[in-house]
Design a protein around this ligand. Structure first.
Ligand code: SF4
Length: 484
């Protein structure tokens, strides 16, 4: 997810091939894990590090010294898979010089290719799908016995609820908590339902326990994660689609996303709460009212739309049309007036006409998003679109339309950022700015990145008041002002 064009946000937010190791470094054997794609993959890598820590693996930043190298892969677009193949070939020499080192692939590409991965990439010893990470110790035993190993079974129950993640990719301020796995929506372009299985939600008690644990360890921000968080529904375990078969008691005592948000906000009132990713067809007004009611739930929603044309939205099986999406945006703006909103957009979906494209641009003129993730259509194997629709929009037209969408977003991002100038906003300090260690970086409630000079009286993890003085399309610039 979020691989191609990212506008209105500083690039270090786009996550690709990151191998940062802090927590979990202890252990006699060395694990080097690299994560690609969406935040779910980064959260899963922390689950994997935790499962392997029990097998004596500590994490390392240095791939040269690793006993086990794991690539947590993304399959959302062809380019994401090419990136992984290039990375594997770059590990070839190291593997030749250290034959005892084992290499494994995890995540969506592993699930999509299954044991075919071993045929196509001889370097790989281990292929493990997103629901099979508990089996890693057994699979490693096989590999250390000189065999190749694969487990890509998708689960109906697995949520790793009892596994406490090793925060290997953390700044010590913000952390992910995954709340659901899988997706039932079957958008015609999307590979996720095939690589991550059916939707199932995690026990809210374990989510609250993880939130309180993070609070106790000094974290100041939590992002609740799922392919489709609005579809969260706990009723004692099992698949979302089987809810209607559950007992009346189970249904009556179920917990939906709006209720979960309220529980987390009340459990850790000093912690900022964010969530991703939402889906317009599943978002309820109750969620909006929970955001409006709790000051620690951030006024920001990532609301992918993919197209502004109702005809294309139907072809995509998005479950809503243009008018319904605009009505949702209007309800968001009414219930949470200063809400930041970002989008995902696809240019050049099969059969897309110039009129459809103009509808996308006009929708962006109506919503005027804060920022977005935009890419042109990349056909994914086995999806409905790949099986039933011809990828008929020529590449140069896809690219031209994407360029126009990006230009529109840049205009709106600058406009949205300018609206913050002159305001005093509460910023959570995440660390040094990319450009200078004399400056802090942190985000406001709307998830916009702010850069401001250090004064020597504050530290990472502090909430500070900042007067926004200037901006560009991606960043706000300001100065700390006193609280009184
Ligand atoms: S909601 Fe659609 S695009 Fe998102 S993960 Fe599910 S199937 Fe894919």
């Amino acid at each position: 997810m979020k691989e191609a064009a990212l506008v209105g946000k500083t690039m270090d937010e786009s996550i690709q091939g990151t191998a940062l190791m802090q927590e979990g470094e202890r252990g006699s054997r060395k694990l080097y894990i690299e994560s690609y794609g969406c935040q779910m993959n980064f959260s899963d890598s922390e689950i994997v590090a935790s499962i392997l820590a029990k097998e004596g693996f500590g994490t390392t930043r240095n791939v040269e010294e690793a006993d086990l190298v794991l690539l947590n892969t993304c399959s959302i677009r062809d380019k994401a898979e090419q990136t992984v193949r290039n990375r594997l070939s770059s590990l070839n020499q190291l593997k030749q010089s250290r034959p005892e080192m084992k290499i494994g692939v995890l995540g969506c590409m592993a699930e999509r290719l299954k044991d075919k991965f071993l045929d196509e990439e001889k370097l790989v010893d281990l292929v493990v799908g997103p629901d099979a990470y508990r089996d890693l110790p057994n699979l490693l035993e096989k590999v250390e016995g000189g065999r190749k190993a694969v487990n890509v079974i998708l689960s109906k129950e697995e949520t790793y609820a009892d596994v406490s993640p090793v925060r290997i990719d953390s700044n010590g301020v913000s952390a992910f908590i995954s709340i659901t796995r899988g997706c039932d929506n079957m958008c015609t372009f999307c590979v996720v339902p095939f690589t991550r299985g059916r939707e199932r939600s995690r026990n809210p008690e374990t989510i609250l326990a993880e939130a309180k644990d993070l609070e106790a360890r000094g974290y100041k921000e939590i992002t609740l994660l799922g392919q489709n968080v609005d579809s969260y529904l706990w009723y004692g375990g099992g698949l979302k689609k089987d809810f209607d078969k559950a007992s009346e008691i189970a249904q009556a005592s179920s917990v939906n996303f709006a209720q979960l948000l309220a529980k987390v906000a009340e459990a850790v009132p000093g912690i900022r709460i964010r969530f991703s990713t939402s889906n317009p067809q599943d978002m309820s007004d109750d969620v909006l009212h929970s955001i409006a009611k709790y000051p620690n739930i951030c006024n920001y929603i990532h609301l992918p739309v993919q197209s502004g044309s109702s005809r294309i939205l139907k072809e995509m099986n998005r479950g809503h049309n243009r008018e319904e999406y605009i009505a949702l945006i209007n309800r968001i703006r009414k219930i949470i007036p200063d809400c930041g909103i970002s989008q995902d957009m696809i240019a050049g979906f099969p059969t897309e006409t110039e009129e459809d494209h103009q509808e996308t641009l006009s929708l962006m003129d109506i919503v005027r998003y804060d920022y977005g993730y935009m890419f042109y259509y990349s056909e994914r194997p086995n999806t409905f679109a790949a099986r039933k629709m011809e990828d008929d929009v020529p590449l140069e037209i896809k690219k031209r339309r994407l360029t126009e969408i990006i230009a529109s977003q840049r205009k709106h991002s600058l406009e949205r950022n300018r609206a913050h100038v002159g305001k005093i906003q509460e910023i959570l300090i995440e660390g040094d700015s990319k450009k200078s260690d004399q400056e802090w970086k942190g985000r406001n409630d709307q998830n916009a990145m702010v850069v401001f000079a250090k004064t020597g009286n504050e530290k990472k993890g502090d909430f500070v008041k900042v007067l926004i003085k200037d901006c560009n399309t991606a960043t706000l610039f300001g100065e700390i002002v006193s609280e009184d």
